[in-house]
Every structure is written in C-alpha cells, then in structure tokens.
Design a protein around this ligand. Structure first.
Ligand code: SF4
Length: 438
C-alpha cells in the first residue's frame, strides 16, 4: 500500500530514464507512489547526468531550489543519483547539509536499504564500483505498470573511452547481461502484454563480444524475434565501429526489427573523428549507412553530432554538413562541445570562439530542419503501421509510434490501444505525423 510520495527529476540519456523507472518500482515496495509535485513529496531524487559541461553546477543549483521543500517536523528525504552522484560522491553530502543520500551508478540495488536508513535520519553515500560477477546478478528487471513498449537492458558501461566522454568513468566498464536473463525478461514482458522491446545499452553492438558462450548482438536480436507476442524490436545506442555486417543483415531479414536506427556519427571529418578516438572514418561510417539503406529500403537514421570540437576547422565543419547531406537524418541531437574534466579531450587546446561554435550549430540545425521536413513530407498519402500506445494530444485522438519511430496521432477509439493499426498520413509536423485510420 502506498503511504508516501516520491518525486524524481531525470536528466540525460535513456540509461537514466531506465534507472528512474527502476527506482520507482523498487521504492513502490517501501510504500512510495510517484508524484509530479516536489512540494508534496516525502522523497525527492535528482537522477543526474554529467555528459555536458556545467552539470555539477546545475545539480547544486537545482538542489538549492528543492531544499525549500524540506519540511520542518517531518522527515523528507533528498537524494542524488546518476553520474554526478558517481563523480562527486561524499563531497555532495559534505557540501550540502540538507542532502540525505548519494547513490552511485552501480549502487541502485542498495537504495531500499539506504531509504530505510534515511527515514531514520541517516545520511549515506554509496558510489563504489562493484565487480562483474556481482553486476551480472544486478541487471534490472523493471516491474512497474504494464505498458506496450519497454526498455530491456542488455549491457551496461563502456570500454571505448572516446576522448570527450565521461561515461566510462561514471558508468564503469562494459558488461553484457546473460542472454538467458534477457530472454526470460522479454518473454515475461510479452506475457504481460508488451508488444515492442527496445534493447538498451551504452553500446549494444558490442554485446557478447567479450563473453564466452554468449550470443553476439545480431544473434541475440534473432532470439528475441522468436518470442511470440513481441512484434517490434528496436535498440539503442549503437556504435558505428561495432556495426557488423551480421547486424546490418538483421535489418534485411528480421521483419520485427524496426526500420529506424540511431547511429551517432559525432563528426563528418576524419581529422576530428581521430581526435575524438571514435575508431571509424567518415567513409567507413557512410559505407555502413549505404549498406543499411540497401538491405532495408526506407530505413531512417537518427544521430548525434558534436559541433566545435577542439581543432575543428571550417573544412572539418563543412565535412560534417556534407555527411549529413549524404545520410539525411530524420532527427539529430546536436551539441556544442564542452570539456569534461578528466577526459583526454579536456587537455586539447580549444581556441575556437564561442560565437563561431554557436554559428556553426545554428547552420547545422537549420540544415537538419530542412532534412526532417524533406524526409517527413513524402509520407503524406502513404500508409504506416502504428503501435497504438495511448490517447493523443487532442480529444478523440489516439497516438502511437510508426515503424520509423515517428509519433503518429489520429482519430480513433481508445479500445485500439495495444494493437497495430494502419494509418494514412495526412500531415507532417516537425516532431510528429497526423493521419487517419485506413
Ligand atoms: S562509445 Fe564513446 S561516447 Fe559512447 S558511451 Fe562509450 S565512450 Fe561515451
């Protein structure tokens, strides 16, 4: 029975979103129900991200704002989790007397115990990395309310150490989950009515490569596709250097695999890719894109680009724009580079004025808006298959995702929620499509 309220703010990547879902489900066992209002919560948790510069400062500022909700006379718990917690550890407790808990990225399994202690007034920080044997038993099986599309963690951590990235330091080294556990979880989700799974990891493409006796990622996809009840499979995130021909082939002969892939290029310039330590060249990236387009006509790409990496010249930037012209992403996450202390790139000389970086970002975003429009407009008049996941934005509308990952809204009965429906597209917006049931 729920007797208390839990408020969570989640920052950053899908891993954190996934962790927040785990937290909600773990703390439900202690009587905490989620709330959207910090003011009424018995526990406030910030699940933080440190990928961009200034993250620690933002967390300190946000905590300072939230401390006003710490009520006198009633114990309210304030906690920090995620990558900033991992990085700062005890220091956060030392600096912030109103903070109760600091939970590192490997320590979520300790949270119920920590919360019980905090309810008695104990303050605690847990940020030690744990060894792989133990980690194998701690992969999350997320409970929570049954939904139609669910994330399933297949691996965690990263061994790539791209020069700009803090993830290997705050999430730890790469570990692949046992395939038997993954398949059991997917089968259980299918039994509960889930129709789509999204296989999740920092770099799913390297799944199983370092573990004897486990399938490779393409083999795992084929095994997941065998599970009846699961009709659509997606995965994220995918490192281009580990995108094998076997994985590309899955897009040709595993119909359940959705026709959309997130393939972060980060730059279109070989010189910058080398400085980033990405392990592929522009040509090898484009070669994989071409192969994917040929085995799955109509496949759409999303990606990440970092603008203004140290040493990025005008020519390097033009090379990124021309890569975008070749790939034509349907959506792109683009950022201005910001140094993360402790990473190799933070030691590089960065003399590009901020004004130049921002101007480059503007140009890139303008190009991306054009590509999104050019890719989405031709869908008008065509029929897409939509997994209906809930009510739409307007009364009488229902909404779901097409195979290409785009949200589609259309008029329909909520009885259709949970089924796949053919929808003719009538309008294309920057972030969604509008249609009518065929
Ligand atoms: S692949 Fe590179 S960018 Fe991605 S998490 Fe690993 S180190 Fe970071």
């Amino acid at each position: 029975m729920f007797t208390k309220l839990l408020y969570i703010e989640t920052f950053g990547c899908q891993m954190n979103v996934n962790d927040s879902e785990r937290i909600v489900s773990m703390l439900a066992d202690l009587g905490y129900a989620p709330t959207n209002e910090a003011a009424v919560a018995d526990m406030i948790l910030l699940n933080t991200c440190s990928v961009r510069g200034g993250a620690e400062e933002k967390v300190y500022n946000r905590l300072a704002n939230l401390r006003i909700y710490k009520r006198d006379g009633k114990q309210q718990i304030i906690a920090v989790g995620g990558c900033v917690a991992q990085q700062e550890g005890e220091e956060l407790l030392r600096k912030l007397p109103y903070l109760d808990l600091v939970i590192g990225t490997h320590n979520l399994h300790l949270l119920p115990d920590m919360v019980r202690g905090a309810e008695r007034g104990e303050r605690r920080s847990e940020t030690s990395f744990i060894d792989n044997d133990q980690r194998l038993d701690l992969f999350p099986s997320i409970k929570g309310e049954s939904r139609l599309s669910r994330f399933v963690t297949v691996m965690q951590g990263c061994d790539n150490f791209c020069s700009y990235c803090i993830v290997p330091f705050v999430r730890g080294r790469e570990i692949s989950r046992r395939s038997a556990d993954i398949l059991t979880e997917v089968a259980q989700l299918a039994y509960e009515g889930v129709r789509e799974v999204i296989l999740l990891g920092q770099n799913v493409n390297s799944y199983g490569l370092k573990t004897v006796g486990e399938p490779t990622f393409p083999e795992l996809i084929r095994q997941v596709a065998e599970i009846s009840g699961i009709d659509r499979i997606r995965f994220t995130t995918s490192h281009p250097k580990d995108m094998s021909d076997e994985l590309i082939a899955c897009f040709g002969d595993v119909p359940k695999l959705a026709g959309q892939i997130h393939l972060p290029a980060q730059s279109g310039s070989d010189a910058v890719l080398k400085l980033m330590g990405r392990g592929y060249t522009r040509d090898s990236y484009l070669d994989k894109v071409a192969k994917l387009k040929s085995v799955r006509p109509g496949i759409v790409f999303t990606g990440d680009i970092i603008v203004g990496f140290p040493g990025e010249t005008d020519d390097d930037f033009e090379a990124t724009l021309s890569l975008m012209e070749e790939v034509r992403y349907i959506d792109l996450f683009s950022f201005v580079y910001s140094p993360r202390p402790g990473t190799k790139a933070a030691e590089l000389h960065d003399d590009l004025p901020k004004k130049v970086k921002m101007a480059r970002l503007d140009r890139l975003m303008e190009l991306q808006r054009r590509h999104t429009r050019d890719i989405c407009q031709p869908y008008i008049g065509s029929v897409v298959n939509v997994l209906v996941e809930g009510e739409g934005k307007l009364p009488g509308q229902i909404s779901g995702k097409a195979d290409i990952g785009r949200i589609v809204n259309f008029s329909g009965d909520s009885a259709l929620i949970g089924s796949f429906v053919d929808v003719r597209i009538t309008k294309a917006y920057p972030n969604s499509l509008l249609g009518e049931r065929v």
